[in-house]
Design a protein around this ligand. Structure first.
Ligand code: ADP
Ligand code: MG
Ligand code: MG
Ligand code: MG
Ligand code: MG
Length: 644
């Protein structure tokens, strides 16, 4: 291996990081305080937003009936980013390196703004991104998929060009299933993340993913790929679970993220809270990860797999042994995990989960005038250790030390301060959504989240319920077929005059489309839209997206995960033993590429009727619901409503 330094960037070793980490923590917190106090009263141009989609490159080999992941980001990331580097903010697309060589992240070149007709651009821009990436392919077998989890990720022979996995050469992960060679080859940060988490944990990272029990699945199922001579794996593997041991099994998964700029810090804190509640809901609705390492799982999302594989806590932090020194804390979650607390003052009363931090960190923040609630959030970020640190960072940088921690706390929602010197405000990033196969579906999820957050802000609706219930929703959201089978806690009184949150367990259909006591989020959105001045074209665009979300929630169409599971289980070669063979995977991947390109229609996922821009969204049965919505928003009637 080689080629790992980006120009002058010299990364610190694990031992050096240990030496400097306390300094980096104290400075990171001080940097936040200084920056915050400088900008806290500043107002920014309101609503800007954008999406990110991680693309995966695969190759369809029709003779061998295989569909390996193509590892070539290193060959194309340079040319792909050139235009943006020359002309920042003036390109249609923006490209970012990702964890592994088969992935590249894409975004619109400029964020969208407060014009509602930007909804007409989202899907088209996603298509431009696909076409642009495709233009760098010279092998006609290569395809782009926006998958969340590659079904055979972790099996032998799933990479192109083929590579052998030599465990003894996997310095960063020590994985028996994925060679370190697939870690991003041009940006050392990614390799460092893998190496530092492994070193910090003091053993290999791992995740035991529950296998889906089919009629012929061995009972107990003992993962046959785990080497018999690897005590480290044998010690932690569990019967009836698929044993994963590379961070690439986690961070090598893709997703759809949306980022929103708020007009000031207060609005950002409100936005953060609303998105925190929505996180498990949209995750379940977008589920698209029913398998990994060639097995069907009992879960449908990537979330718990990544969470496990980024869990770098040590035994004392896990509560298995007493804490080793005064800098350590008992930590209840992986650094890749759900949000722990609400940030807006009105929701502090729903913060019923223990927030872990160090008193000396909290004190720095409080002494600098940061309020208790925000101080606890920031201090909590600093219970984690820094991962990829470069030598030049040891000098005082404006916000770099803070970012070192903020950017490696991978929570469902991220609170992002304005970068110093840039013309950018407070941003909130929604991170749990699983990517969908088509631009149409990805655009639908994006627009749904954008609209819902606008509705909450415009009508001052509050979705907050006790945080412990959001946590329960997260646990349920990953389960197999959660969108149809699970119930989720959801607030029933959303209106601004409501003081005490009431919530009920509801089905996804009730939450999205409305039930006996709840009007349904889509109806609230409809109500909002009916008060906006929107041109017919945009109205039609939005209506097709909302129809899709509605149909996914009602079960009229399947989630991507349920469709994939159905495809696999009805494949003639499937033996009902939970195994997703190379040939089944090839057929599935091939079908996915056909659906993505629109060559094949898949009515299980969306019917042609759903995709048509027909503007016929509001069905009769929802008329009554709209009256319900009028009730919640009645005190706002007559108030000017605008999109931004
Ligand atoms: P990260 O990987 O940390 O999320 P990226 O730069 O990859 O950061 O992604 C930024 C996302 O934020 C993109 O979706 C982009 O369109 C969006 N974005 C860029 N500028 C703004 C802004 N001023 N306000 C809101 N979103 C923005
Ligand atoms: Mg990004
Ligand atoms: Mg990414
Ligand atoms: Mg992002
Ligand atoms: Mg990122």
């Amino acid at each position: 291996m080689g080629i790992l330094t980006e120009g002058e960037l010299a990364p610190l070793t694990f031992e050096e990081i240990q030496q400097y980490k306390e300094f980096l923590k104290t400075h990171g917190i001080q940097q936040f305080c200084r920056h915050y106090n400088k900008i806290k009263d500043k107002n920014y141009e309101t609503l800007k937003w954008g999406d990110e989609i991680e693309m995966m490159m695969i190759r369809l080999d029709d003779e061998k009936k295989s569909a390996p992941l193509v590892c070539k980001a290193k060959d194309i990331i340079g040319p792909l980013t050139e235009a943006e580097n020359l002309n920042p903010g003036n390109t249609d697309t923006a490209w970012r390196p990702e964890m592994t060589e088969w992935m590249i992240e894409s975004s619109p070149g400029r964020p969208y703004g407060g014009n509602i007709d930007h909804f007409n651009t989202v899907e088209a821009n996603m298509k431009i991104r696909r076409d642009e990436l495709m233009s760098y392919f010279n092998d006609d077998k290569e395809r782009i998929l926006s998958l969340s989890t590659y079904p055979r990720l972790g099996c032998r022979d799933v990479f192109y060009p083929p590579m052998e996995n030599k465990v003894e050469e996997n310095d960063a992960t020590r994985s028996y299933c994925i060679p370190d060679e697939v870690l991003n080859q041009t940006h050392i940060r990614f390799r460092k993340l893998a190496e530092m988490m492994t070193k910090r944990k003091g053993r290999k990272l791992f995740r035991n993913a529950p296998i889906f029990r089919d009629t012929n699945t061995p009972n107990p199922f003992i993962d046959p790929d785990v080497p018999k001579d690897s005590p480290e794996d044998i010690e932690v593997m569990k019967p009836n679970h698929v044993h994963l041991d590379s961070v690439c099994n986690g961070l090598g998964c893709g997703c759809l993220q949306t980022t929103f700029q708020a007009c000031n810090v207060e609005e950002a804190r409100t936005l953060y809270d609303q998105q925190t509640v929505l996180a498990p809901i949209v995750m379940a609705l977008s589920a698209s990860s029913p398998c990994i390492k060639g097995y069907l799982l009992e879960t449908d999302t990537r979330w718990e797999n990544i969470s496990g594989l980024c869990d770098d806590r040590r035994a004392d932090e896990l509560g298995e042994v007493p804490l080793i020194d005064k800098t350590r804390r008992r930590l209840y979650k992986s650094r890749y995990g759900s949000v722990d607390m609400y940030l807006s003052e009105e929701n502090d009363k729903y913060n019923d989960i223990d927030i872990i931090y160090r008193d000396e960190h909290l004190k720095i923040l409080l002494d600098e005038g940061i309020d208790q609630q925000l101080a606890r959030h920031i201090a909590h970020l600093f219970t984690r250790d820094p991962l990829a640190v470069y030598k030049h960072m040891l000098e005082d940088q404006e916000m770099d030390h803070f970012e070192l921690f903020n950017s490696t706390n991978w929570q469902t929602v991220r609170f992002k301060p304005p970068p110093p010197g840039a013309n950018m405000g407070w941003r909130v990033e929604m991170r749990p959504i699983e990517s969908q196969l088509t631009d149409f579906e990805n655009a639908a999820f994006t627009c749904f989240v954008v609209l819902l957050t606008r509705v909450c802000l415009s009508y001052e609706l509050n979705l907050a319920i006790p945080m412990s219930k959001v946590e329960k929703n997260m646990e349920r959201a990953s389960k197999r077929d959660a969108a149809r089978q699970e119930k989720f806690f959801f607030r029933t009184n959303l209106g601004p005059e409501e003081t005490e949150s009431r919530n009920e367990e509801m089905t996804m259909n009730e939450i999205i489309n409305g039930g006996t006591t709840f009007p349904g989020l889509l109806n609230v959105i409809q109500f909002y839209l009916s008060h906006l001045d929107i041109d017919a074209d945009t109205r039609c665009t939005i209506s097709q997206y909302l129809k899709l979300i509605s149909a996914r929630a009602s079960g009229e169409v399947l989630t991507t995960a349920s469709w994939m599971r159905k495809f696999i289980r009805s494949h003639p070669k499937y033996k009902f033993d939970s195994v997703v063979s190379e040939e089944i995977n090839y057929d599935l991947m091939k079908m996915c590429t056909e659906i993505t390109s629109g060559n094949v229609q898949c009515p299980d996922l969306f019917t042609p009727d759903l995709m048509s821009k027909s503007c016929r969204y509001v069905p009769e049965k929802n008329k009554k619901m709209l009256e319900e919505v009028e009730k919640i928003t009645k005190n706002l009637n007559g108030r000017q409503t605008s999109f931004f």
